[in-house]
Design a protein around this ligand. Structure first.
Ligand SMILES: Cc1ncc(C[n+]2csc(CCOP(=O)(O)OP(=O)(O)O)c2C)c(N)n1
Length: 301
């Protein structure tokens, strides 16, 4: 049974530096409020196609990017959060979504194929086949000897080439962290209707450390840091996407609301004032990025 607490290490937030906790929260807010702007721009007809939203899953890129900022990233189609968490410019992502040459990938990648070699980010994006980034990432680790993180969904994890690439990484002891952002859905079909087996168990049987837990950012941050030196490794992180597979419709409330859980926890630690300030500042900053007059100017409307 999925829940917000699976495998979560209790009390970790008390052991992590305040600056790290607040920076992770800031990155979560950056993704959340950027995407609020995306939704509003769609409603106001500035964005005329459907995009893949990361909302609800923000804690994963926010925490992983803090633990392994230097890794090469092989991203999946749901990748706004990955780019933004690693320090991507919201204005460049906005321009990308608007199809402008000033976009992060020259306006040619759209929402789901972001590529970025700018501002210290080494991000290779999706090209159309779910899970393809896993063999590509493994190949990059083999060729360069540099550490790689591959993100993919629970649907992509079922592709045969994902397992063969994981097995290859184990055999050759390649520095790859495999992260499954397990939102339980492949478009609309739940994991239990698709398979009876666990990806983490298969990854473990291939011979690498493999863990499953829910998207508590402090557990993600600590586990990622811990595994950095024992790669390859696999993390299956249970999370909830807030909106449809593509577009901004909803099918009801998410199974849990990680954003509220994180805010409550940080408030209990005595950081209520700081997080309110961070959230308000981020709301305002992303409001400026998606300001209607600005959009009219950019699109010459
Ligand atoms: C090889 C392949 N099969 C099917 C598709 C069609 N498709 C696009 S996204 C998707 C679902 C992906 O689900 P998941 O990997 O769990 O990621 P999520 O969208 O939930 O983040 C599918 C089946 C595809 N793009 N590539």
């Amino acid at each position: 049974m999925r829940s917000a607490d699976i495998g979560v290490i209790k009390g970790l937030s008390k052991k992590i530096d305040k600056a790290v906790l607040l920076e992770i929260f800031k990155r979560i807010c950056k993704i959340k409020y950027f995407e609020q702007g995306v939704i509003d721009a769609g409603k106001d007809s500035f964005l005329t196609y459907q995009v893949y939203l990361s909302s609800g899953q923000e804690s994963i890129p926010a925490a992983v990017s803090m633990a392994i900022p230097e890794f090469m990233i092989f991203a999946q189609h749901r990748c706004h959060g990955t780019y933004l968490a690693w320090g991507g410019y919201p204005e460049k992502l906005r321009d990308e979504l608007l199809g402008l040459p000033t976009g992060v990938s020259g306006g040619k990648a759209g929402s789901n194929c972001l590529q970025c070699f700018d501002n210290g980010i080494k991000m290779f994006g999706h090209h159309g086949l779910i899970g393809e980034n896993v063999p590509l990432g493994v190949g990059a680790a083999l060729g360069s000897g540099k550490p790689v993180v591959c993100f993919f969904g629970d649907g992509a994890a079922e592709e045969d080439y994902v397992f063969s690439a994981m097995g290859f990484a184990v055999t050759h002891k390649l520095p790859v962290l495999f992260i499954c952002e397990d939102n339980n859905l492949s478009i609309l079909t739940k994991v239990k209707e698709r398979r009876s087996w666990s990806v983490a168990k298969v990854a473990g049987a291939l011979g690498m450390p493999a863990f499953e837990f829910s998207d508590d950012p402090w557990t993600i941050y600590s586990k990622t840091r811990e595994l950095k030196t024992s790669l390859p490794a696999y993390l299956n992180i249970f999370t909830c996407r807030q909106y449809w597979h593509v577009g901004c419709g909803v099918d009801g409330p998410p199974e849990w609301d990680r954003f509220s859980i994180v805010k409550d926890e940080l408030s209990k630690l005595g950081y209520k004032k700081e997080i309110e300030e961070t959230e308000n500042n981020m709301k305002k900053a992303m409001g400026r990025v998606w300001d209607q007059k600005q959009l009219q100017k950019l699109l010459k409307k």
